[in-house]
Design a protein around this ligand. Sequence first.
Ligand SMILES: Cc1ncc(COP(=O)(O)O)c(C=O)c1O
Length: 301
Amino acid sequence: MGAPGIRAVACASTGDTSAALAAYAAAAGVPTMVFLPAGKISNAQLSQPVSNGSIVLSLDTDFDGCMQIVKEVTADQTIYLANSMNPLRIEGQKTISIEICQQLNWDLPDWLVIPGGNLGNVSALAAGLDLLKVSGITRKSPRILLAQSANANPMYLSYKDHYKFRSVAAQTTLASAIQIGNPVSYPRAVRALQAYGGVVDQASEQELSDAAAQADRHGLFNDPHTGVALAAMLKQVANGTITRDQSVVVISTAHGLKFQEFKSGYHAGTLPGVQGKYRNQIIRLPADASSVKTALDKVLV
Ligand SMILES: Cc1ncc(COP(=O)(O)O)c(C=O)c1O
């Protein structure tokens, strides 16, 4: 272990933070423990910290409950809490802005769109933008659009109420990694939004599912959180806040393969409360060429 007296590094997670922490800590030989809400994260996410040898604690609560417990467990300072209330997480994650700038040939877009739950990501994004500014790499100051699930939307409600914060009981959402009602990085996120012309929008289950599927038709394979971001972007284009001449980067926070149940459920028509506008149903046929030709004649123009 690097720091004296630290026995392990821990986090509460809706899936991906624990996967990242477990992977990097395993590579560094640092013991980890992850606190996860039982039954609320995808199998693909769960299998990552298990494989990387983390102590995996699956608790009968939601993310906010896990957060509460991990704070209590790490209070004695011998276990480092790696969630975004501590600076290391944000410091590590702010490279997201630098990478975007680098990939755009050291330029920045007019808008950055990001899905938010615990609000560490958006805080890190702004910290990276600050760094780009002070280092003189770019003078451009993009606006940030933060996107939340309508089923877990404390930041959206706060934004609508002049940044007056009230936690909410997060309801089930397909965007399970942002099913958070009491985000620990709320104060940082408000500063980030105020510094970067922030707008906050929300997406229903229908909107996030359709937005992900619509973009998939262009060759992507979007997870539900990226769907939330895409849906928010479409709404802001529709209401004229984002104009057609502006450049936009949407931050895709996970790969669709981590949310197979979401992807296949959308096209099978089994997602609760979702009528997929971009459904693509699998055609089941007997194994003979004439049945195949007849079926193709019906679908090809
Ligand atoms: C896939 C995915 N998208 C979005 C987020 C939101 O990030 P934050 O909780 O920092 O707002 C997370 C957080 O873990 C995530 O796993």
